[in-house]
Design a protein around this ligand. Structure first.
Ligand code: PMP
Length: 439
């Protein structure tokens, strides 16, 4: 297909104004300036149509401007927009009741509402310290948990997340993430990378440098997001749960990107049959209205009145959007994520047979990563090729986002149709063809 000439004149003008007044710290990629969206389709201000395989970093879970979500927000806006967390309102309770019903714990769940992923992680860090009376934590290389001072300490995928911001929070040790495609530890006989990481944590970390009785929590993404859409081996989470139980350490699952139905189950940790103690939630929970939650097993939530709070927690517009979103996901889109995810994985698997640069295709549901490599034997990353594919796809009407060193993530709305997947993957393959030729 003929590529668009991007950015168009209207987009260019807005970008120019943006650059003079908006913080340069945002990691903007290519110049997409949104005008409006419907489902999986979005249009830029110059009238170009795109398919959205990024969903605003896995946020627009019900598609752009789903009529039921729009109606819920409109109705709530007419009733009242804000009251503050000093008071009560019914939709806030309804969201928490829903979260209690779907939380991955046998025990009852208590929710603390936030406005973003990083705040959900902050709340989990504070609660874990409060409940255990311990100060230390374990996080993982490649992890992304947000940018506020506590959460960014755990974030460990690129040096620029930390550069210029030291000293960070005290008390976080990082260990290798169980990445089967790039194992960071050498494996002993009979081990896979899942069991090797557990052995390393127990022998080298808890055995040598960090007394287990001082560790409050282990914070982990059950499927790593920004780090490269990495799926750990089946062996890992059951062993991690046992390790936490052995030492009284809380298992905190960061479900900000992978949760709320994206993988075809409510929570990505449920892919591994394990119960955490706390989950951190945001992104897809309210279809893009800023909203998050820290959801914990009831017996862990011992902090008293006044110990943690915020102004906007349980914001009525966010709660209304969330109730409509959770209803759509439960009744339609979680099943769709599972079916369309399998369909997409199978098509990408077949595409990888034709393109040796597609070194690894992996994922669950509609959280799929494609890792581009220079050589399928050595798994050496090809970041340049990945970037070229993203740019070429954009010019042909497909929004993609990278992650990890050389990965493209496929994280479309959970409402995506087979026809949209076919169209998007055809554009992606054309982009890969062109990028491989230009190597
Ligand atoms: N945790 C994970 C797993 C994430 O992917 C992100 C955002 N990419 C965050 C936390 C931070 O969320 P927010 O940007 O809403 O603060």
């Amino acid at each position: 297909m003929e590529p668009f000439k991007l950015p168009g004149p209207k987009a260019r003008a807005i970008i120019e104004r943006d650059h003079s007044v908006i913080s340069p710290s945002y990691p903007r990629g290519y110049p997409f300036v949104m005008d409006h969206g419907k489902g999986t389709e979005v249009w830029d201000v110059d009238g170009n149509r795109f398919l959205d395989f990024a969903a605003g970093i896995a946020v627009a879970s019900t598609g752009h401007s789903h009529p039921k979500v729009v109606k819920a927000i409109q109705d709530q806006a007419e009733q009242f927009i804000h009251i503050s967390s000093d008071f009560y309102h019914s939709k806030w309770v309804e969201v928490a009741e829903k979260l209690d019903q779907i939380a991955p714990f046998q025990e009852d769940a208590i929710s603390f509402m936030t406005n973003s992923g990083t705040e959900s992680v902050e709340a989990a860090i504070k609660l874990a310290r409060y409940y255990t009376g311990r100060s230390e934590f374990i996080g993982f290389f490649g992890g992304f948990h947000g940018r506020t001072m506590g959460a960014v300490t755990f974030t460990a995928s690129k040096p620029h997340y930390h550069k210029g911001f030291f000293p960070l929070m005290n008390g976080v040790v990082h260990v290798p993430y169980p990445d089967p495609y790039h194992p960071l530890l050498s494996l002993r006989k009979g081990e896979d990378i899942g069991t090797a990481v557990i052995r390393y944590m127990e022998e080298e970390i808890l055995g040598r440098i960090l007394p287990a009785e001082d560790v409050a929590g282990i914070l982990i993404e059950p499927i790593q997001g920004e780090g490269g859409y990495i799926v750990p081996p089946e062996s890992f989470f059951p062993a991690l749960r046992k390790l936490c139980d052995r030492y009284g350490i809380l298992l905190i699952a960061d479900e900000v990107q992978a949760g709320v139905g994206r993988t075809g189950k409510w929570w990505s940790i449920q892919q591994f049959g394990v119960e955490p103690d706390i989950i951190c939630v945001a992104k897809g929970i309210a279809s893009g209205v800023p909203m998050g939650a820290m959801v914990a097993r009831k017996s862990v939530v011992t902090w008293p009145k006044g110990s943690h709070g915020n102004t906007y927690g349980g914001n009525p517009l966010a709660c209304a959007a969330s109730l409509a979103t959770l209803d759509l996901i439960e009744n339609q889109y979680m099943q769709n994520a599972s079916e369309m995810g399998d369909y997409t994985l199978a098509k990408l698997g077949a595409m990888a047979e034709r393109h040796p640069s597609m070194g690894c295709v992996r994922g669950r549901g509609l959280m799929i990563g494609i890792e581009f490599v220079k050589d399928p034997e050595t798994h050496k990353s090809d970041e340049k090729l990945r970037d070229a594919v993203v740019d070429l796809a954009f010019e042909r009407g497909l929004l993609l986002l990278g992650c990890g060193k050389s990965v493209i993530r496929v994280s479309p709305p959970l409402s995506i149709t087979r026809a949209d997947i076919d169209e998007g993957l055809a554009i992606m393959e054309e982009a890969i063809d062109l990028a491989e030729k230009g190597r």
